[in-house]
Write a protein that binds this ligand. Structure first.
Ligand SMILES: Nc1ncnc2c1ncn2[C@@H]1O[C@H](COP(=O)(O)OP(=O)(O)O)[C@@H](O)[C@H]1O
Ligand code: SF4
Ligand SMILES: [Mg+2]
Length: 353
């Protein structure tokens, strides 16, 4: 069965503004390599989790995949069609098939619109063949699908809703066109912990009931296993490990993935290991240390070799000379790290130390 979405070797570099001094000294332009040669696919009716620290390029990748921004290079195949160059009517159709849910439930809904109008708006744009009352009925059904009570909520404004209710409205708005794919960019990270599980459970239910695929973006692996089928771990604009979610989270290979898992303070059940020493230099679960400017997603254009070199406890001289490729190790589980390739076997015994 072909994939629903295939993203092939996409890149997006952003120019970093030079200071006056750098311009005066004619310093070279630098680029943030926000996304640097990333490929992944999403199967129909499955959830791909994209995980990584803040600044690793997750949002840029999501925006490329849903054609909100143009990649510098690379290809996007959706439902078997190359949509990379789509514009006009074809782009509009693509936009009706792929919807986004954003991180911030407080700013993603138009505060001047009532909830029913917010949810009906995508139909007003994309489903002009239906009458207004038919579109209203569909919007009401979408509110019910996300377990909101339309009679109670339809005529309210977003400010009168809790964060969790707003994220449900955002999901209803995404759902109302019955898209094939919803891209959810850290949809629960700004919600109370008590509400997070409800929203994740709802997304899982929507996936099952409507066979919708999701790209679920998070910096928090403790939510990933609950919802994901497959996972891609991003570091500094690249995927460093990917595969079926149980394989990756129960047997993480890349030192970075191991560190992310070690950082989970309240893991889901099923024994993701807890409270281990974090095996990484300069790590915080929210993102890299502010002062460590060569490890934040991107100001890395001068680093050769493995981008993780400066933080890796298992680094070897070979890691600095050349960049490791993302290679399959077993059953669709791939990793980019010299500990697992022929290039260098030195240090493989140290890995478990
Ligand atoms: N429009 C932009 N202009 C310049 N740099 C950007 C822009 N968008 C993102 N970046 C940079 O690209 C890198 C990746 O950002 P982002 O995709 O937002 O990561 P994440 O979602 O994982 O936090 C960061 O270094 C960020 O500062
Ligand atoms: S390639 Fe080397 S530096 Fe990079 S993650 Fe693997 S061991 Fe660490
Ligand atoms: Mg982001």
């Amino acid at each position: 069965m072909s994939s629903l979405l295939e993203v092939r070797d996409v890149k997006k570099y952003f120019a970093v503004k030079r200071s006056f001094r750098q311009i005066f000294r004619r310093a070279q332009n630098h680029y943030v390599k926000a996304v640097d040669g990333v490929s992944f696919s999403v199967e129909r009716g499955k959830v791909l989790v994209i995980a990584g620290e803040s600044g690793s390029g997750k949002t840029t990748l999501a925006r490329i995949a849903m054609k909100a921004i143009e990649p510098d290079s690379g290809t996007i195949i959706f439902e078997g069609q190359d949509v990379t160059e789509y514009s006009g009517e074809r782009l509009k159709h693509f936009r009706s098939r792929v919807q986004m849910v954003y991180q911030d439930p407080y700013s993603s809904l138009d505060p001047r619109m009532r909830i029913l109008d917010i949810v009906r708006e995508p139909l007003d744009i994309h489903d002009r063949a239906s009458s207004k009352s038919e579109r209203t009925d569909k919007a009401i059904r979408a509110l019910q699908d996300v377990r909101l009570e339309p009679a109670e909520i339809a005529s309210r404004y977003p400010h009168a809703l809790s964060g969790g209710q707003r994220q449900r409205v955002a999901l209803a708005r995404a759902l109302v066109l019955r898209p094939a794919l919803i891209v959810a960019d850290e949809p629960v990270s700004m919600l109370d912990v008590s509400v997070r599980a409800e929203i994740l459970e709802l997304m899982r239910d929507l996936k099952e009931r409507f066979q919708i695929s999701f790209v679920y973006i998070t910096h928090d692996l403790s939510t990933a296993r609950y919802i994901g089928d497959n996972i891609a771990i991003m570091y500094s604009g690249k995927i460093v490990e990917q595969g079926p979610i149980d394989d990756v989270l129960l047997d993480p290979l890349h030192p970075y993935t191991q560190a992310l898992i070690d950082a989970i303070s309240e893991p889901n059940p099923d024994n993701l290991h807890v409270e281990k020493k974090i095996r990484i230099k300069g790590f915080s679960s929210e993102g890299a240390d502010e002062g460590d400017d060569d490890i934040r997603g991107g100001i890395t254009d001068q680093i050769t070799g493995c981008q993780f070199y400066n933080r890796c406890l298992y680094s070897m001289p070979a890691c600095k000379a050349k960049e490791p490729a993302l290679l399959a190790v077993k059953n669709g589980h791939s990793v980019s790290c010299f500990l697992y390739t022929q290039t260098s076997t030195v240090g493989s015994e140290e890995r478990t130390g």
